[in-house]
Design a protein around this ligand. Sequence first.
Ligand SMILES: [Zn+2]
Length: 211
Amino acid sequence: MAARLVRAGVTLRNQVNAKWPSRDKRSDGWIGDAAHAARKSDHNPDADGWVHALDIDKDGIDADRLANELVAYARNLEPGSRRLKYVVFKGRVASGTYPDKFWVWRNDPSLGHWEHIHASFTAAAELDGRPWPLPCLSLVPKLPPVVKWDDLKNGSPTQNRLVQQALRLPIDGKFSTTKGPLLRYRLRTLSPTMRAALTRLGKASGLFRVP
Ligand SMILES: [Zn+2]
């Protein structure tokens, strides 16, 4: 089986690239070199070809924030966070291994990793490529939500269905304003493709615009 990065890792890398398009990738990595292969490493493909680790160069991105938000995401047990096994950056490691240090940075300068963030993934990450809902990866400027349920209620059934699919929201046709927070969350985590599709739909229909 050809080696490939777990889907959650591919998504994370894509999100980082989308957020910081001109970032430095020289310290990026995923599949292990000969030195890695000689020892146990999540960079080595498993029996099915899955590589469970990703290195993200610290340059040209907000690396401290990204590392901290990955850890906070796991600590808060947010949906999908069990895909993350541990994170190493700047002589520190955080993981869910020890109940008394659950996703809290532990100092160990011998761990190194001064040039890149190392993220290790669990088996849950192999097929789960959902976006990582980290605030620092959001492509949406911090503005009030522009799409409002009240704006959508005059949409045709077809338009409403498209919006429903794009946002992966259970819309009942009434567009209750109580779904506002969920709508804001979905907008933040939209893939670039979905965002483009939704933007086009909003323009064509004149019903809403996507920030
Ligand atoms: Zn690594």
